[in-house]
Design a protein around this ligand. Structure first.
Ligand code: ASP
Length: 332
């Protein structure tokens, strides 16, 4: 299922539903973890896993890994594919704009040594994840924002690009006809690419890149570029990344949580389920939004879990590039 279609389905089914019951994280069935673990226990590396159906991106990352290059190179090049895809209205060129019609991008990258770089509220640059890598490697800082990030990108040779495609401009104009100018969370319009890779040396890196929530308030930054929320890597343990309503991921520091749960002995699947459980416990209105997590441990075992149906992941491992439907919490 395509990302957009899923989120529309989720939104239709939840529209108008009152606040859901308060649910304790411990009520989440552990049997799901056991069943899913047996499906996810393919291990080994090199490997790459990403949020949503992004076969071209994982194929590119796999190609880089097969050349013997680092997981860091793989996630950057893999994410670049989706960033350059003008059809995708959630990442890079073609991303849906904020409520003022500006496409603003968030991205981050983290390597196996614990280095991290990010850009937030970046405009006019097609490959924010590559700018994030430059922030990590060429500056004493970890996050650059807005105009400063844009100027830095130009200084590194990135070209100014008009990211608002005709299709996204049209969609924004349609939205303006009916939407009120106030902070409405458009649950139909959020998704992102988060990618985790392990190279032939067993070293782990990750990246996350997005245009964020469509029609967001000007200046809004989501979870995707924020270390520990949209992405976290600890080369001794594993990595995790997120997609969905960034505000909820930020409030529970989801990706760091997942890595710490794996450190305590949980499988990637169990850790993703626990992190989703944490959101459900804290947010009684979880029926109105989606969050999905993916995780990998040091052995190359993976996990993925979402609040609602329709979350897909793409995994390239053992010479197979496959789309996998993720399990989810809200079985209605
Ligand atoms: N998490 C991203 C954000 O909130 C977008 C998404 O994954 O849908 O900006």
């Amino acid at each position: 299922m395509k990302r957009r279609k899923f989120i529309q389905n989720a939104s239709l089914s939840t529209l108008g539903i009152a606040v859901g019951p308060y649910v304790f994280a411990s009520e989440i069935k552990t049997s799901i973890s056991e069943e899913k673990d047996s499906q996810n226990n393919a291990s080994g590396f090199p490997m790459v896993i990403a949020t949503w159906n992004v076969n071209d991106s994982t194929a590119e990352a796999w190609r880089v890994l097969q050349e013997g290059k680092s997981a860091l190179d793989a996630v950057e090049k893999g994410c670049n594919i989706e960033e350059a895809n003008a059809e995708g209205q959630s990442v890079g060129i073609g991303g849906l704009p904020d409520r003022d019609g500006n496409v603003t991008l968030d991205a981050c990258i983290m390597d196996s040594k614990g280095n991290y770089g990010a850009v937030v509220y970046l405009q006019h640059i097609m490959h924010p994840i590559s700018v994030a890598r430059k922030v990590m490697e060429d500056t004493p800082h970890v996050i650059l924002a807005g105009k400063g990030a844009e100027q830095f990108a130009y200084s590194k040779g990135f070209e100014k690009t008009n990211l608002l495609t005709e299709a996204s401009n049209k969609a924004w104009k349609e939205w303006k006809k009916t939407s009120q100018y106030k902070p409405i969370i458009n649950i139909e319009n959020h998704d992102t690419i988060g990618m985790l890779a392990i190279d032939k040396n067993g070293d782990i890196s990750g990246g996350c890149t997005t245009s964020g929530l469509a029609y967001k308030m000007a200046g809004r930054v989501g979870d995707s570029p924020i270390i520990g929320s949209g992405l976290f890597i600890d080369n001794e343990i594993g990595g995790a990344t997120a997609t969905g309503l960034g505000e909820e991921v930020l409030k529970t520091v989801g990706s760091f949580l997942i890595v710490e749960l794996m450190r305590q002995g949980k499988t990637p699947q169990q850790a993703c389920e626990e992190a989703i459980g944490r959101i459900i416990k804290k947010s009684p209105n979880y029926k109105d939004f989606q969050v999905g997590y993916i995780a990998v441990n040091k052995k190359g075992e993976t996990g993925h879990y979402a609040i609602h149906d329709g979350f897909w992941v793409t995994k390239y491992q053992n010479d197979k590039n496959e789309n996998i439907a993720s399990d989810f919490y809200d079985k209605k």
